[in-house]
Design a protein around this ligand. Structure first.
Ligand code: BES
Ligand code: ZN
Length: 590
C-alpha cells in the first residue's frame, strides 16, 4: 500500500486517481468500510471482471465492513467510479478492529461533544458581517489558488507551497489581534493543513470549526494539472472571506472559532482525519463543524444541497434555519453524498457534530472536478455562487460561536443540554453544599459558589460537604483564584443515571495559566464522599475561564463533584494553599 496514515489507517478514493497506483501494491488483505448502497454496483462490476466481491462481515448504519485483497482495491475504486452516478469514497483499514471502530463511530457519532443548544439571537453582529462579504475577494482567492500552482496535490512541493501562501494570507487578515493565531498543522506528507484561531472571550473551550480542503487532484495522474477551482479552492475562499469579515468588523466570538484548510482530502480525508483525531484525543469540545467543499458551481435550481450522511441532524436543521433567517429566498434540498465524501466525515466519525451544505444535488454537481477543466473560467469567471456559502459561514460563525462585532452587544450563550432539564442547586444546610434534589439532565450551582473564603459573594462558604475543607483566604476577589461555578450534565440530554457520560463544566477565575490547576473529583455517595480524581486541568489564560471534563456516573442516589482549584502544589481533594478554593455540588442520580 502506498499511502498510510499513522501506519494503520489506509484510505482510498474512488473518483480521483488512486494514490496507490504510484507504487506496486503488496499482496495482503485489508478491511474496508463502504456505503451499503455501493455494494451491489461493486459486486456487478467485479462479476464482469470474473472476480467475486467478498460478502460483508458486518452491515450497520448504512456502512458495510468487508475484507478484500489489497490488489482488489483498484478494481473497487474503478467500479465505484463506473457504476455509481457519483463519487463515493471507501476507507481501507489494516485491521478488522479499525474497520469496525469506524462503523461504530459513524453510528454513535455524538458521544464526545457536550451538546449545546443551537439558536438564532445574534442578528446585529451577523448582519454587520454579512454586509461586508464581497464576491471579488472570494474570486481573487479562487483565482490565486487555482492558477498559482499546477497542482495543490498533498504530496508535492507545490501543494506545500499553496499551504504556505494561504497561511501568509490568513496571517495578514489576522493583523495585530492578539486573540488570533494562524498556524500550520503538520502531517507526515508534504502539505500541511492551515488553521486560524480566534480565541473565544467567555467560552474558549467550546470550539466552532469552519473548513474546506486545500488540496486538489487530477484523476488522470499525479503530475497532471489540477486547478481545483471549485473543488475546493471555492470552499477555502469562502472560509477565508468569512474570516476576513469577522476581523474587519472586530468580531470577538464567545466560543473559539477555528478556520481550517485541510491538506490531503482528495486522497482519503487525510488532513481532517489527523486533526479531528488529535482533537478527540485531547478531549477538545468541538460544538459544531461547517464543511465547505465545492461552492461555486450552480448545478441545480436549489441553492444548497444539505448532505444528510455523516452529518448531525440537529446541526443540519439549524443550518437550514440560518439560510431562512439570513438569506431568505434561497432554497435547499437534502442530498446524500456517499460514505466519506468530504472532511465532515472525519469530524463525524471522531464524534463531533458536522454539517455540509453543497453547491448542487449529486447528479448536478460540477462535472469538471478532478480534471484540468476545474477552473474559475468554467464557473463563469465569477465567485457569485460562493457568496451564498461565505454568507452561510458568517451566519454559522456568529450564531454558533455567539459574541459580537464592534459596537454590538453579545447575546447570552446557552450551553444547556437540549431536551433535558438542568436544575439549579440550592444550599443544603445538612450536607453544607449546593444540591439539586430533583432528578434532571443536569445540576448547576448558579451563583452560589462565586468567590472564595471571605473573598467575593460566596455565601455558605466553604461549600464543601460537611464544611470540612476550608478555603484559603489570601489575595483579592477576581484578581486571585476562585472556583465560581460548577455544572454537571449528561452528554445526551437524558436524566442523570448510573453509567451515563456526563460533562462537568467549571467556571473559574484564574490568576495564572501556568501556576493554577483545577482538580476535579467525583464521589458516588455525597453523604460519605470518597473522592475519585476525574483529572487536573490548567486554565487557558487568566480571568474567567471555563474548564470541562467528562466522566461516567457510578451508581448511587446522591452523588457529588468537587472542584479543587489551587495555586501551585499537587493534585488533592483538599489542598491547603492560601489561594486554594474548594467547592462541591451534590445531585440526584437515577
Ligand atoms: N469534493 C469532493 C466530494 C464530492 C464530489 C461531493 C462530488 C459531492 C459531489 C471531494 O473532494 C472528493 O473528491 N471526495 C472523494 C472521497 C474521498 C474520501 C477521497 C470522493 O467523493 O470520491
Ligand atoms: Zn475532490
Amino acid at each position: 500500500m502506498a499511502i498510510r496514515k499513522f501506519g494503520t489507517v489506509v484510505a482510498m478514493l474512488a473518483c480521483a486517481a488512486p494514490a496507490f497506483a504510484e507504487a506496486a501494491p503488496k499482496e495482503k488483505e485489508v478491511w474496508i468500510t463502504i456505503g451499503t448502497d455501493a455494494l451491489e454496483p461493486a459486486r456487478a462490476s467485479f462479476q464482469q471482471k470474473g472476480l467475486a466481491l467478498p460478502a460483508p462481515a458486518l452491515e450497520k448504519g448504512g456502512v458495510a465492513v468487508l475484507r478484500v485483497r489489497e490488489s482488489q482495491l483498484e478494481t473497487l475504486a474503478a467500479a465505484m467510479h463506473d457504476k455509481l452516478n457519483r463519487c463515493a469514497g471507501f476507507i481501507a483499514h489494516d485491521t478488522e478492529q479499525q474497520a469496525l471502530a469506524a462503523v461504530e463511530g459513524s453510528t454513535a457519532p455524538q458521544s464526545l461533544a457536550s451538546l449545546v443548544s443551537y439558536n438564532i439571537n445574534n442578528g446585529p453582529s451577523v448582519n454587520a458581517m454579512l454586509s461586508g462579504v464581497q464576491e471579488l475577494n472570494i474570486r481573487n482567492t479562487i483565482n490565486s489558488l487555482s492558477t498559482n500552482w499546477t497542482t495543490r496535490r498533498y504530496n508535492v512541493q507545490s501543494g506545500a507551497d499553496a499551504a504556505t501562501w494561504l497561511k501568509s494570507q490568513w496571517t495578514t487578515i489576522a493583523g495585530s489581534r492578539t486573540d488570533i493565531s494562524v498556524a500550520f498543522f503538520a502531517h507526515s506528507w508534504l502539505q500541511q493543513s492551515v488553521i486560524a484561531t480566534i480565541t473565544g472571550t467567555t467560552h474558549p473551550n467550546e470550539v466552532v470549526v469552519i473548513g474546506g480542503h486545500l488540496d486538489s487532484i487530477n484523476q488522470s495522474g499525479s503530475t497532471a494539472a489540477a486547478p481545483g477551482a471549485d473543488d475546493d479552492a471555492s470552499g477555502v475562499a469562502s472560509v477565508t472571506e468569512a474570516f476576513r469579515v469577522a476581523v474587519a468588523n472586530g468580531y470577538k466570538p464567545a466560543r473559539t472559532v477555528k478556520f481550517m484548510a485541510y491538506a490531503g482530502e482528495e486522497v482519503g480525508l487525510y488532513g481532517s482525519n489527523a486533526i479531528a483525531t488529535s482533537f478527540k484525543n485531547a478531549g477538545t469540545n468541538v460544538v459544531g463543524v461547517l464543511q465547505l467543499d465545492m461552492t461555486n458551481y450552480k448545478g441545480s435550481s436549489y441553492d444548497f444541497g444539505m448532505v444528510q450522511d455523516n452529518t448531525n441532524a440537529s446541526l443540519n436543521s439549524f443550518t437550514t434555519s440560518l439560510i431562512s433567517t439570513y438569506q431568505p429566498g434561497l432554497t435547499w434540498t437534502n442530498i446524500t453524498c456517499g460514505y466519506g465524501c468530504s472532511d465532515h466525515a472525519s469530524w463525524n466519525s471522531a464524534g463531533y457534530p458536522a454539517t455540509m451544505p453543497f453547491e448542487a444535488t449529486m447528479s448536478t454537481d460540477n462535472p469538471q472536478i478532478h480534471t484540468a477543466g476545474d477552473t474559475l473560467t468554467y464557473t463563469g469567471g465569477t465567485a457569485a455562487n460562493s457568496v451564498k456559502f461565505a454568507k452561510l459561514a458568517v451566519s454559522f460563525m456568529g450564531e454558533v460561536a455567539k459574541g459580537a462585532t464592534t459596537g454590538n452587544t453579545p447575546p447570552p450563550v446557552d450551553s444547556g443540554t437540549p431536551g433535558g432539564t438542568i436544575n439549579t442547586a440550592t444550599f443544603d444546610a445538612t450536607l453544607k453544599a449546593p444540591r439539586c434534589t430533583a432528578s434532571g439532565a443536569g445540576c448547576d450551582s448558579g451563583t452560589l459558589l462565586n468567590g472564595r473564603g471571605g473573598l467575593g459573594p460566596e455565601v455558605n462558604r466553604p461549600n464543601t460537604i460537611g464544611g470540612t475543607c476550608v478555603d484559603g483566604t489570601s489575595g483579592t476577589y477576581h484578581s486571585d483564584e476562585s472556583n465560581d461555578r460548577l455544572k454537571v450534565a449528561t452528554n445526551d440530554g437524558t436524566n442523570l443515571a448510573a453509567g451515563k457520560q456526563v460533562t462537568v463544566t467549571a467556571t473559574v477565575w484564574a490568576y495564572s495559566s501556568t501556576a493554577d490547576t483545577l482538580d476535579l473529583y467525583y464521589a458516588a455517595n455525597a453523604s460519605s464522599p470518597v473522592w475519585t480524581l476525574i483529572g487536573s486541568y490548567k486554565p487557558a489564560g487568566s480571568g474567567a475561564r471555563t474548564i470541562t471534563a467528562t466522566y461516567t456516573l457510578p451508581a448511587g442516589a446522591t452523588q457529588a463533584i468537587r472542584a479543587n482549584f489551587r495555586y501551585n502544589g499537587t493534585a488533592g481533594s483538599c489542598t491547603t494553599g492560601g489561594y486554594d478554593d474548594h467547592d462541591d455540588l451534590i445531585f440526584s442520580v437515577q
